[in-house]
Design a protein around this ligand. Structure first.
Ligand SMILES: NC(=O)c1ccc[n+]([C@@H]2O[C@H](COP(=O)([O-])OP(=O)(O)OC[C@H]3O[C@@H](n4cnc5c(N)ncnc54)[C@H](O)[C@@H]3O)[C@@H](O)[C@H]2O)c1
Length: 335
């Protein structure tokens, strides 16, 4: 990469701050603006990173130095920011879920295509070294035909800034659904089964009472592949993200990351393992950095985006189908 591009980051929450720091540390671009709605945080991060704080995106979009906008504000704001930025001639990166309605995913990508601009969605798990390796093994035929994919996720949810618009199927599950498309090569399932249970949500997080606490999904594919996703929200004792892929010739397992692989046994015989990261910001720190490098590489050098319209569209369709299966207590058949 040679040229330097001006970047505007939209949002001043947890994930926006990760993107701001990665952009500020990248010598191929310059973080010029941060757009946010929490003045105290916005001012502090903008001062730290020597960027201009804005409460409105308009001035950033008028600035010809801005070639790229990275949107990391709440999901309900994504559609407007994507369209505004594309119409102003800027390339766009947007956090997942891009938008929740499949038809709006289509509209956003059509706008980008019509203007010759790039639109990339932040499915950062694709940049995780373990998941990349697991996929490469599947593609290499190491386990023969892929027959069963199993995702196990346990995590605790952060405090929500806007609980009313929170949709767990799109907000949380979209990561597993994206990896499923990534590993299986975009095959669409023919049948979707899902069930969920609710426990009282932890106080203070602002989670809607209807948010599933435990969610189990089974997706069946015509080619024979079965995928099982187990998601346990509000688990405070660990951050667990494992994947197993089994095929006719073998098994691949992506285990949790650990600080080190050194295990110990104390004098009373108690075994212990090195700690795993406790939150997404630690677990995927390297993946977020690679993701923003990839976006800049797309903008500056025109490399093919690693995440496409089909990926975002399929994730939105699957999240909706799983929500329907849970709410109607019946399987959903996809054409
Ligand atoms: N890829 C990932 O791993 C990941 C992780 C967390 C969140 N996300 C996604 O990132 C987005 C933001 O999530 P978050 O957890 O950082 O949110 P958050 O609740 O931590 O922060 C929201 C912030 O957005 C700001 N904001 C509110 N309205 C705004 C507007 N109109 N314009 C600009 N800023 C506005 C608020 O000031 C607040 O600080 C969501 O779409 C979420 O799904 C992705």
């Amino acid at each position: 990469m040679t040229a330097t591009v001006g970047v505007c980051v939209v949002g001043d929450g947890a994930i926006a701050q990760i993107h701001c720091r990665n952009v500020a540390a990248n010598k191929n671009c310059q973080l010029l603006y941060i757009v946010g709605k929490t003045p105290s945080i916005l001012k502090s991060i903008a001062e730290e990173l020597k960027a201009t704080a804005l409460e409105d995106i308009e001035d950033a979009l008028k600035d010809v130095r801005i070639r790229a906008v990275m949107i990391a504000s709440p999901t309900v704001t994504h559609y407007e920011y994507i369209m505004q930025s594309l119409r102003a001639g800027k390339h766009v990166f947007c956090e997942k879920p891009l938008v929740t309605k499949p038809e709006l995913v289509q509209e956003c990508f059509e706008e980008a295509r019509a203007r010759g601009l790039h639109l990339l969605c932040g499915f950062m798990r694709r940049f995780d070294r373990n998941f990349s390796r697991l996929r490469a093994s599947i593609l290499n035929g190491d386990i023969g035909t892929l027959q069963l994919l199993h995702f196990s996720t346990k995590h605790s949810m952060a405090k929500l800034s806007d609980p009313t618009s929170f949709d767990m199927y799109h907000e949380v599950l979209s990561h597993e659904l994206d990896l499923l498309c990534f590993f299986s090569g975009l095959q669409k399932p023919s049948e979707v089964f899902a069930t969920s249970s609710q426990f009282p949500p932890p106080a203070g997080l602002g989670l809607p009472n209807s948010t599933p606490d435990v969610l189990v999904v089974v997706l069946k594919y015509e080619a024979g592949l079965t995928c099982v996703i187990e998601l346990h929200n509000n688990v405070s004792y660990m951050y667990d993200q494992r994947v197993e892929a089994s095929g006719e010739k073998g098994l691949l397992v992506a285990e949790n990351e650990r600080e080190s692989t050194v295990a110990s046994v104390s004098s009373d015989g108690t075994p212990s393992l090195s700690r795993s990261p406790e939150f997404y910001s630690q677990r995927y720190a390297d993946a977020y950095r690679k993701e923003s490098e990839h976006f800049l590489n797309v903008v500056i050098n025109g490399v093919q985006p690693f995440i496409t319209f089909d990926d975002c569209y399929n994730v939105a369709i699957l999240a909706e189908a799983i929500k329907t299966a849970c709410q109607t207590h019946s399987p959903v058949i996809l054409k």
